[in-house]
Design a protein around this ligand. Structure first.
Ligand code: BES
Ligand code: ZN
Ligand code: ZN
Length: 491
């Protein structure tokens, strides 16, 4: 075990910038009263659209007009009276896509002058949707996309501080997406640990990595057990961010970090295994939030906890039918080595409660395929032992468009995971597949020691195998990053 404490590095304050190394995106952002570039985006409401025209400013609609040496891209945002946050975000993402297609290196964005009663901060939604729309994972493309170097924001109501916040959040969403999209052979548990250690350049951060043989010494047996079949060692990664002095309140964010889930001895089948590098999307979201903290230094205290393993099939893999002892002392019967997320999270949650006494715990995990059947890819599952946390998380979902829907945790579900030779079983006694998401959550609840807790099952929302739409790209979505920023009130 080792820990880092480093000196904070200042960033360039003359310009804002959004930079993402893997996506190769580096855009400077500046505010202006009038446009100085030859390519201009105009967000237009239905009432502002000039008639007669083939452009009626419906949400997502866009039109390009040329006037001598200038290009105007008109982006519809619909009726100002019935506008929603997701309409603004999606329309702005369409504008970003147009800029990418035109391969412009700089451009100006004109914000609408019309007021919007139904959206709290329309300019903020537009800028966020716009920046998020630029995401591309191009590391493995021979032909790199042309991304713009400069954005001018014209007549924006956003202050430099607000712009900086939106940039930081977008940067963190990109970062989380990149971590998920990158190869499982690259993003290993030690890669995630290195990312956590990089945060300690900010003096408000500390990182603690427990890995290899130390895991068993510290009784983190379930993490060690799930990770024992892999060529790369497992780790428990703990990041502490202290942004608020004289306050003992601190939220713990726990993210499932299975860097590849083969299923282990209960091997996944073709058709189910190919996307399993995204089984660390919860960890990526937690790292994303931590990254924003390292940029914005918000006045909060936060712990980020990531149990990181490769759930591999090998001669040393753990066995179905065996009983293993968790950090909490409870014993667990293994009924499927593919239900590994709950095992590593059980140790991470119990360790966090025991060592850090957080005031609340929020975990994000690609925990069950069942949540996809229940909610599809649009909404994540919410489970909680605390109505206040559940409501606050639900509201953050509505606000950000990263929506959640709560499921019950009746005591019968907990009864269904009672073990016969051990204390608990990692699958229920229900018919195969029945209520699998709730059962997974009920298992985690057994390790919370009644600390206020919320569990978000992002197995359906973290990875979009369909086509891109609005701010949601193909593959890694970064789901959870914006949700948690809103929940934590990070500005
Ligand atoms: N990582 C998977 C869940 C998953 C499935 C995530 C599809 C993303 C997309 C998890 O570890 C798993 O395999 N869960 C099993 C649990 C079952 C054995 C109770 C599942 O959901 O099938
Ligand atoms: Zn699994
Ligand atoms: Zn998994």
């Amino acid at each position: 075990m080792f820990s880092f404490k480093c000196i904070f590095i200042l960033f360039d304050i003359a310009f804002s910038h959004i930079f993402n190394p893997l996506s190769g995106l580096f855009m400077k952002i500046r505010r202006r009263e009038t446009a100085t570039t030859s390519t201009q985006i105009r967000f237009v409401t239905t009432s502002e659209a000039e008639m007669p025209s083939d452009f009626s400013a419906r949400p997502g609609e866009s039109a390009i007009r040329y006037d001598r040496d200038r290009t105007f891209i008109y982006c519809g945002i619909g009726d100002a009276a019935s506008c929603t946050l997701s309409i603004l975000c999606s329309s702005a993402a369409v504008a970003a896509q147009s800029i990418l297609k035109l391969k412009r290196s700089e451009f100006s964005v004109n914000f609408p002058r019309t007021g919007f009663d139904c959206v709290e901060n329309p300019h903020s939604a537009l800028l966020e949707g716009f920046l998020l729309g630029f995401y591309q994972f191009s590391k493995y493309k021979s032909e790199k996309p042309n991304t713009p170097a400069l954005i001018e924001l014209i007549s924006t109501k956003l202050s430099p501080k607000e712009i900086r916040k939106i940039e930081a959040v977008s940067e963190s969403v990109f970062y989380a997406r990149d971590l998920v999209n990158e190869n499982a052979s690259v993003v290993t548990p030690s890669y995630l640990a290195d990312e956590a250690c990089k945060l300690t350049k900010n003096k408000r951060f500390t990182a603690t990595i427990i890995s290899g043989a130390t895991l068993r010494k510290k009784k983190l047996n379930l993490i060690a057990t799930v990770g024992q079949g892999a060529p790369v060692p497992p780790a428990l990664i703990i990041m502490e961010y202290h942004g608020k002095k004289n306050s003992s309140a601190q939220t713990a964010l726990v993210g499932k970090g299975v860097t590849f889930d083969s299923g282990g001895q209960n091997l996944k089948t073709t058709g189910n295994i190919e996307t399993m590098r995204h089984d660390m999307a919860g960890a990526a979201a937690v790292l994303g939030v931590m990254k924003t903290c390292s940029i914005l230094n918000p006045p909060i205290n936060l712990i980020g906890v990531i149990p990181a393993v490769h759930n591999a099939l090998g001669s040393n893999s753990f066995f179905p039918g065996d009983v293993y002892t968790a950090y909490s002392g409870k014993t667990v019967e293994i009924w499927s080595t593919d239900a590994e997320g709950r095992l590593i999270l059980a140790d991470a949650i119990a360790y966090c409660v025991d060592r850090y006494a957080p005031s609340e715990i929020i975990d994000l995990a690609t925990l069950t395929g069942g949540i996809k059947s229940a909610l599809g890819t649009l909404v994540a599952g919410l489970f909680s032992n605390n109505d206040h946390i559940a409501e606050k998380l639900f509201d953050a979902g509505e606000k950000t468009g990263e929506r959640l829907w709560r499921f019950p945790l009746y005591q019968e579900y907990t009864a269904s995971i009672k073990g016969d030779i051990g204390d608990l079983r990692n699958l229920s006694k229900f018919k195969k597949g029945y209520a699998s998401s709730i059962v997974g959550a009920a298992f985690l609840q057994e390790f919370t020691d009644s600390v206020p807790w919320g569990h978000i099952d992002i197995a359906g929302t973290a990875f979009n195998e369909g086509g891109a739409g609005g701010i949601v790209p193909q593959f890694a979505t970064g789901f959870g990053v914006r949700l948690l920023h809103s929940y934590l009130g990070i500005h």
